[in-house]
Design a protein around this ligand. Structure first.
Ligand code: AMP
Ligand code: ZN
Length: 114
């Protein structure tokens, strides 16, 4: 999708630090980390928000969550704990309208979130 930050990163038009990539998803480091580990799992398919998902995307979302867990283990935060977050629309603070799963950990996280 034109003018989409994450499409540009996935197309290598913009730089990012890639942690993982396959034909359907990628994982990059968040440029403004909110914790010692802050990664983004992003589908290559442009989907603006969680509300734009269809049942055809069920497997894709499942793969994103599974991969997030694997990467958490690789980063040695699996047992200590981590959080997976999809922000959806304004009140949740979504700023990039191409869905992405935040993987946040490496410190004690507060609950409820701010
Ligand atoms: P959200 O607010 O849920 O839409 O999350 C967007 C995330 O993308 C934020 O945590 C930003 O720090 C992150 N971000 C913005 N620009 C970049 C970039 N060029 N490379 C990596 N992460 C970015
Ligand atoms: Zn996009």
């Amino acid at each position: 999708m034109e003018n989409c930050l994450f499409c540009k990163i996935l197309n290598r038009e913009l730089k990012a630090e890639f942690i993982y990539e396959n034909d359907e998803i990628a994982c990059i480091k968040d440029i403004h980390p909110q914790a010692p580990t802050h990664l983004l799992i992003i589908p290559k398919k442009h989907i603006a928000t969680i509300l734009d998902l269809t049942h055809n995307d069920e497997k894709l979302i499942g793969k994103m969550v599974l991969k997030a867990g694997e990467i958490a283990s690789e980063f040695n935060i699996g047992n200590k704990g981590f959080r997976l977050i999809f922000n959806c629309n304004k009140d949740a603070g979504q700023t990039v309208y191409h869905i992405h799963l935040h993987l946040v950990g490496g410190r004690k996280l507060k609950w409820p979130p701010g």
